[in-house]
Ligand binder design. Structure first.
Ligand SMILES: C[S@@+](CC[C@H](N)C(=O)[O-])C[C@H]1O[C@@H](n2cnc3c(N)ncnc32)[C@H](O)[C@@H]1O
Length: 186
């Protein structure tokens, strides 16, 4: 499923395989879900992070998924029929949350392939996600090691540092390819 979608939409998928369970656990641990009331996952793909989020979030916390690829969305709605799944770009996060009755969110957990995005798209997407986060909210996203040294990877890191009050990188964990997490606090 993942390989097929990557061949069909290389610029959107930006990966050769779904993330590992080790990376999913790290993402969710760093997102500190214990006190989160509204959580948004963007770019869930086949739902590796979604399963880990469901294991750790408070039962009453809302979880919204935003996935641009209709085939992934269809698969997600079979796996997680009880979750709101929005088949659109993560750029629409603000209006989607408003429609759902939320004034923003406490956590954004991102599977988006930032280094595959050109500068304008990086800026628009990150701007929309940042605006949707409550002050003190946490944004987590991963990057493949060592692709963070490519120009798009560097541009993305600078964007994070310009916007967020705190930006931290974790150690690299086993994944295909190996990956680490940016933990950003608004
Ligand atoms: C690298 S894959 C990660 C999938 C999954 N989170 C994982 O780690 O296995 C990137 C995902 O982001 C989705 N995506 C790409 N651009 C998007 C956008 N603008 N809005 C929402 N989802 C997007 C892709 O369709 C794909 O599911």
């Amino acid at each position: 499923m993942f390989l097929k979608q990557t061949l069909l939409h290389p610029k959107e998928s930006g990966a050769i395989a779904a993330s590992s369970r080790r990376l999913a656990d790290l993402m969710v641990r760093e997102a500190q879900l214990a006190d989160a009331r509204v959580i948004v996952e963007v770019g869930p793909g086949t739902g590796v992070f979604t399963s880990a989020i469901l294991e750790k979030k408070r039962p009453e916390a809302a979880l919204h998924l935003i996935e641009i690829n209709a085939d992934f969305s269809k698969e997600l709605s079979v796996r997680f029929p009880f979750l709101p799944i929005h088949t659109t770009s993560a750029e629409d996060i603000g209006p989607l949350l408003t429609q759902a009755g939320h004034d923003g969110c406490d956590r954004v957990i991102s599977g988006l392939p930032w280094t595959a995005f050109e500068n304008g798209l990086q800026e628009r997407l990150l701007g929309a996600l940042y605006e949707a986060l409550h002050p003190g909210g946490v944004f987590v996203t991963f990057a493949y090691f060592p692709l963070q040294y490519l120009p798009n990877g560097q541009a993305f890191r600078h964007r994070l540092e310009r916007r967020f009050a705190g930006v931290r990188m974790t150690d690299v964990v086993p994944n295909i390819p190996p990956a680490f997490v940016y933990v950003c606090t608004k």
